[in-house]
Design a binder for this molecule. Structure first.
Ligand code: GDP
Length: 745
């Protein structure tokens, strides 16, 4: 029965269109039916432009019945994305993935099972109703009715399906209107009712889209572009896993000795047979202990780096060494370090430092730590501790042994025999090398020649240098290495992934770049419902938009974190772009377009950028000291805070006589008891201590002349705007409204 096939055909078409969120799409052009797949994400051009969809970001619910579908189905074999595609595309989290699978299942079920079932049931019904017939005309009639009924059912199911829109989160008002087949104005009006002023080209956020779509009788399935940009790791088998060194971060309050400890470990460790120690700072280094065991240290002490990485979803650290100075106490950053490590679920080893100092009091530290939930082993708790002197190297070896014990407990393992994956720790422009980045390899082995992608950067490993400036050909898990061969600078915290080909790497990087730009665009124009309702409630939400440029990505991340923290209920710091290197014209353009301030940290300003900034009135602030920068932004925030208004009484007048003049109103002869009244002051009329009118003066006269102000002890003639009921004995209090700038607490 030819009429039946469309339902299966429809299903196949849906599958095909849905692949962007399910996988294999970077390289599966060959898996696609020629008719549709050939123009789908072809390499080279903007992928959004290449979408087979009419509306760019929108995938309208496809018709299920397509008369050509059966033909297509015969002509073209549709292969499912195969397992040979090594790296698959994954969704953000397991939960997301399940939800998506579930949704997919439901959609598939609706599209195939339900339609088929509905058709079959009706057919059965029709058969029953019409099975009594026998003659040729009756059979013809029966077939006709069958056909009609089938069409109605199909129509009904189709109608239901058509009400489900498949959209990305990035649709504009215009695109959304197109998807629902209505006029953009209808959406604009609807948005106004929601308290949103939107334009036709404005991107709407998810909440708004859901609300609007519902109002027009549709429902929506969001499919995420972002999902397609994370590359799923191959699952390692138990046998493939081998032990790897632990990766350690040293944290603690400023001046408690983090740098000293890192320096001591670095300088005391000279790997057997090597001349010279660790010569270059690449953001991480590895040391070898006498028992040939290795430990990797992240060489960026402090919490900013740790938290910034975590904020970007990169957890690199296995163990935290918490340094507390024995001659000081548990300080704010000590507590911060504890909460950061705990939040990340990373074990802590306590190193009580400066034990050589005469005023060292380790017991006090232990006590204070226990007050903050860190009960050391010695006191029956679970945290290992050791008293050290970073300056003189006392007990540092014991500390490192403790790290190894902790590592053993953690059973740290990785599979070295696969494509490498890791995380970017630091990225800089290096003379003679171009953009380079320190990458900590977390799985697999990185080899010279490997194509890779890291955030929006891609490339091929041209060379690798270790912390001793020695060229290496292979880098195994938990080892830091300086990678040469990036096309642009990646960012600290970016995941680093080796792919099978340069083309694939470039494509992923490009897709991510497009998405990133989309997101930043959205950020500029973003109006979420939360914001709006807050604005309505408070009437004073303001934001300070910043563009951050710094010398190395570590400092940009750290500064960004600190600046974001300055946000409070009333003023929000929004970093719309951050990057490494010179402040360029493009930064100024972005700043001008989004009314942002450019904050530079240790970076030069391009001459043209400076000129453009003058023209566009863009504020560029350059700093060399982080504190200055944070302080000034803090001040800027104070400037943005809406001021409080106070009334300040300027004078008190007593009404001694009144003159009623027709067509002019009442003139009151007053005596200024104290202060000085100005013509422009606001006034209150008081009678028996009650305010009976608040307003302004329409005239103020001394003798017969208009006067700007009248001092205490003088008489004057006063008329009040729109108020003629002044009586002898009334008092007039004049006042000014003064603005009081508020300070952030
Ligand atoms: P950071 O801010 O935590 O990195 O602290 P630093 O490593 O820069 O140390 C701050 C100061 O404490 C420096 O002057 C160090 O010389 C000193 N210091 C660090 N460790 C010790 C120690 O074990 N004993 C003594 N006496 N001084 C130390």
């Amino acid at each position: 029965d030819d009429n039946r096939t469309p339902s299966t055909g429809g299903n196949y078409r849906r599958d095909d269109n849905r692949t962007p969120s399910t996988g294999g799409n970077y390289r599966s052009n060959e898996n696609r039916p020629a008719g549709e797949g050939s123009n789908f994400r072809s390499s080279g051009d903007n992928r959004f432009a290449n979408r087979p969809r009419t509306t760019g970001f929108i995938r309208p619910a496809e018709p299920i019945a397509d008369p050509n579908a059966s033909k297509l189905n015969k002509d073209v074999k549709f292969k499912k994305p195969t397992a040979e595609v090594a790296t698959k595309v994954k969704s953000k989290s397991k939960e997301d993935k399940q939800v998506k699978k579930y949704k997919k299942l439901i959609r598939e079920q609706i599209s195939t099972t339900d339609i088929d079932k509905a058709v079959r049931e009706t057919m059965a019904g029709i058969d029953l109703q019409h099975s009594t017939g026998g003659s040729r005309s009756k059979i013809k009639q029966k077939k006709k009715i069958e056909r009609e009924e089938r069409d109605t059912i199909r129509q009904r199911v189709e109608d239901e399906m058509a009400n489900v829109l498949e959209l990305t989160e990035f649709v504009t008002t215009g695109e959304l209107a197109k998807a629902m087949n209505i006029l953009p104005n209808q959406i604009i009006v609807k948005c106004m009712q929601l308290g949103l002023i939107v334009t036709i080209n404005q991107r709407l956020d998810k909440d708004t889209i859901s609300l609007i779509v519902e109002d027009f009788g549709f429902s929506v399935n969001f499919y995420s572009e972002q999902d397609s940009l994370e590359i799923e790791e191959e699952v390692d088998t138990e046998e493939s896993l081998e032990f790897r060194p632990p990766i350690v971060t040293i944290m603690g309050h400023v001046d408690h000795g983090k740098t000293s400890l890192l320096d001591y470990i670095r300088s005391s460790n000279v790997v057997a047979g090597e001349a010279g120690g660790i010569t270059q700072h690449i953001g991480a280094y590895q040391v070898e202990l006498p028992n040939n065991k290795m430990i990797t240290f992240l060489d960026t002490p402090g919490h900013a780096a740790f938290t910034a990485m975590r904020a970007r979803g990169a957890q690199v650290t296995d163990i935290v060494i918490l340094v507390v100075a024995a001659d000081d106490s548990v300080m704010p950053q000590t507590i911060e370090a504890i909460s950061h490590a705990k939040a990340a679920g990373v074990p802590i080893i306590v190193a009580i430092n400066k034990i050589d100092k005469p005023d060292a009091n380790p017991d006090r530290i232990k006590q204070q730590l226990s007050d903050h939930g860190i009960l050391i082993e010695e006191w029956g708790g679970k945290y290992q501790n050791i008293e050290i002197s970073a300056k003189f190297g006392k007990n540092v070896d014991v500390l490192l042994e403790k790290v190894l014990i902790e590592a053993e407990l953690l059973n740290l393992r990785a599979n070295p025999n696969k494509n490498a994956r890791g995380t970017v720790i630091e990225a800089v422009m290096k003379k003679g090398f171009g953009p380079v980045a320190t990458v900590i390899i977390q799985g697999g082995t990185l080899k010279v020649g490997n194509p890779f992608v890291a955030g929006t950067a891609s490339g091929r490993v041209k060379a690798m240098l270790d912390e001793r400036e020695k060229r290496v050909d292979l880098t195994e898990p938990a080892t830091p290495v300086l990678v040469v061969g990036f096309d642009t600078l990646p960012e600290a915290g970016d995941s680093f992934t080796v792919l099978n080909s340069d083309m694939e790497a470039r494509q992923v990087a490009k897709d991510r770049d497009i998405l990133k730009r989309e997101l930043s665009l959205r950020q500029i124009r973003k109006i979420s419902l939360d914001d709006i309702s807050q604005k309505i409630h408070e009437g004073n939400v303001k934001e300070l938009k910043l563009i951050l440029k710094g010398d190395v990505s570590g400092s940009v991340e750290a500064l960004g974190e600190s600046l974001l923290k300055l946000s409070n209920d009333e003023v929000r710091v929004l970093i719309i772009h951050k990057g490494v290197g010179t402040i360029l014209e493009t930064d100024v353009i972005l700043a001008s377009a989004s009314e942002a301030v450019i904050v530079g940290f240790n970076v030069p300003i391009d001459v043209n950028a400076r000129k453009l900034a003058d023209v566009e009135k863009v504020d560029i602030r350059n700093y060399n000291i982080i504190y200055d920068c944070i302080n000034e932004v803090h001040m800027a925030l104070e400037g943005l805070l809406s001021p409080e208004y106070h009334e300040e009484t300027t004078a008190m007048l007593e009404v001694r006589r009144t003159f009623k003049i027709s067509r002019m109103g009442t003139i009151a002869g007053c005596y200024v008891q104290n202060g000085k009244i100005s013509k422009n002051d606001k006034i209150k009329v008081l009678r028996d201590g009650l305010i009976i009118h608040t307003g302004t003066l329409s005239s103020l006269k001394r003798e017969k002349d208009d006067s700007k102000e009248v001092d205490a002890g003088y008489e004057c003639g006063v008329m009040v705007n729109n108020f003629n009921a002044l009586e002898v004995g009334d008092h007039i209090e004049s006042f000014k409204i003064i603005e009081v700038k508020r300070k952030l607490s």
